[in-house]
Design a protein around this ligand. Structure first.
Ligand SMILES: C[S@@+](CC[C@H](N)C(=O)[O-])C[C@H]1O[C@@H](n2cnc3c(N)ncnc32)[C@H](O)[C@@H]1O
Length: 273
C-alpha cells in the first residue's frame, strides 16, 4: 500500500470534520461551484478521481441528475465513509465508488464526458501519469475539472493565509486527527504544486487544451478546466506522457533510457490510433 493511501486511511474518520472546520466550510462552497460548472455542459458520464469520502461525487449527482458518476480512490477507509454517505442520500443508482489508482485507470480510452478531481491531483505520486490517464479516458471534446488549493498572491491576504496555513492549521489538524504527518504534509504539498500558468501548460502537453483558471476565495483554491482536443494525427495520451518524461529527465543515462521509452511510446502510439 502506498504511503499516501495509508495516510488517508489513518485520517479518514476525522477527514470531513477537519475539512469543514479548517476551511470554515468553504470546501463545501468550492465543491458546489465545481459541480455547478460541470453541469453547464451536461455530461452523461463523469469520473471523479481521488473521490475520497465522495463529497464531490455527491455534489455532482445533485447538480447533474442525469449523469452517472463513478468515483475511484486508493484509500479503502475514505471510500467506506463515502459509500455510507451515498447510501444515506439514496444515490446508489447514480453514484458508484470503488478502489482504483488514478495513475493506472481501469477504463478504456474515450470512456467519459467529464473527469473531475477535487484536492486530489496534488497527491498523485506521478502527476504526469495521472494527467495522461485523464486525457486517455476522456472522450474527444470531453472536459476535465480540477479543484485544487493554491496560494493567494496579494498582500495582506498572502501573509495572513501563510500564517494560518503553515502554523495554525497543522497544529489543529494534528490535535484533532492525532496524526502529525498529514496536516504538515498539506501546506508542503500545496507549495510544491505548479503555479496556475505552469499547470495549464502541463495540461496542454497532454492534449487538454483551452485551460481556464478560476480563482476562488482570494485564490485560496483554484478551479481549472480544460478540454480534450482531438485533431487528425493527434498525439495519443501515452505519446504525450513519454514526451513529458523526456522533457523532465536531464541526466545523460536517464535520457538514453527515456529515448527508448520515447520510441516505445511512438510505436505504441501508432498501434493505439
Ligand atoms: C485531500 S483528499 C480529497 C478527497 C475528495 N476528493 C474531497 O474533495 O474531499 C485526496 C484523496 O486523493 C486520494 N488519492 C491520492 N492519490 C491517488 C491516486 N493515485 N489515485 C486515486 N486516489 C488517490 C487519497 O486517497 C485521498 O482520498
Amino acid at each position: 500500500m502506498s504511503s499516501i493511501a495509508s495516510m488517508f486511511d489513518r485520517i479518514s474518520p476525522k477527514y470531513d470534520t477537519l475539512n469543514h472546520l479548517l476551511s470554515f466550510n468553504m470546501d463545501k462552497v468550492w465543491r458546489c461551484k465545481t459541480a455547478k460548472t460541470v453541469s453547464t455542459f451536461c455530461p452523461q458520464t463523469i469520473l471523479d478521481l481521488a473521490t475520497g469520502t465522495a463529497d464531490l461525487a455527491i455534489a455532482l449527482a445533485k447538480h447533474n441528475p442525469k449523469a452517472h458518476i463513478i468515483g475511484i480512490d486508493i484509500s479503502e477507509k475514505m471510500l467506506e465513509i463515502g459509500r455510507a454517505k451515498i447510501v444515506k442520500q439514496s444515490l446508489e443508482n447514480q453514484v458508484e465508488i470503488c478502489f482504483g489508482d488514478a495513475t493506472r485507470l481501469p477504463f478504456s480510452d474515450n470512456s467519459f464526458d467529464a473527469v473531475t478531481v477535487a484536492f486530489g491531483v496534488r497527491n498523485f505520486e506521478d502527476l504526469d501519469k495521472g494527467l495522461s490517464e485523464i486525457s486517455r479516458v476522456l472522450k474527444p471534446n470531453g472536459k476535465v475539472f480540477i479543484l485544487e488549493f493554491s496560494m493567494p498572491g496579494r498582500f495582506p491576504v498572502r501573509q495572513v493565509y501563510n500564517l494560518y496555513f503553515k502554523h495554525v492549521l497543522p497544529k489543529i489538524g494534528e490535535w484533532v486527527s492525532k496524526d502529525c504527518e498529514a496536516y504538515a504534509y498539506l501546506p508542503q504539498s500545496v507549495e510544491r504544486f505548479p503555479k496556475p500558468d505552469d499547470f495549464c501548460q502541463n495540461l496542454s502537453s497532454f492534449g487538454l487544451e483551452n485551460c481556464k483558471v478560476k480563482p476562488l476565495t482570494f485564490s485560496i483554491a483554484t478551479l481549472y478546466s480544460a478540454e480534450k482536443k482531438v485533431v487528425i494525427g493527434e498525439r495519443s495520451a501515452l505519446f504525450s506522457y513519454f514526451c513529458a518524461l523526456k522533457r523532465k529527465l536531464n541526466e545523460k543515462e536517464i535520457l538514453i533510457c527515456s529515448h527508448r521509452h520515447f520510441w516505445l511510446g511512438l510505436a505504441l502510439d501508432g498501434t493505439t490510433r
